[in-house]
Design a protein. Structure first.
Length: 116
């Protein structure tokens, strides 16, 4: 299993949700975050030029998936979130050691697959 993290523009939230749904990915967590993508704003001060790390609003998706669903999860997020302009975001993939569905006690791949 993997935990796929997608950090995207807030205005792309619904597009990413729809793309995940179409890719048959069901469980997802979303949070509003602030982030910095590396661009430095130069700020003039009376002592000279300084740089400021500006923070931008982003939305963070977390999707726990079985290994066979990793690629289509990444592709769904990227295709839905891309504008081609700087600041489109990033996808990170972690190994995921365990998952438990609390209601049933199901573990691991059974816990991250939808119930019917
Ligand atoms: N190395 C990183 N570690 C953690 N979070 C990051 C990292 N890089 C980017 N992010 C997150 O992703 C958001 C969007 O980053 P952004 O798309 O600007 O990345 P980038 O590498 O500058 O690419 P681009 O050149 O397309 O702007 C950031 O605001 C931050 O939340
Ligand atoms: Mg950037």
């Amino acid at each position: 299993m993997k935990l796929v993290i997608g950090i995207v523009r807030p205005e792309k939230t619904n597009d990413v949700l729809e793309a995940l749904y179409r890719a048959e990915i069901r469980g997802v967590s979303i949070s509003r975050i602030q982030g910095h993508g590396g661009e430095l704003d130069r700020v003039e001060t009376y002592r000279g030029t300084q740089v400021k790390m500006g923070l931008e609003d982003k939305v963070r998706f977390e999707v726990a998936v079985s290994d066979d669903a990793v690629e289509r999860t990444i592709e769904a997020i990227c295709a839905a979130a891309r504008t081609g302009e700087v600041g489109d975001g990033k996808v990170f993939v972690h190994d995921l050691a365990e998952a438990v569905r609390i209601r049933t006690g199901e573990r691991d791949v059974n816990a991250v697959s939808p119930t019917t």
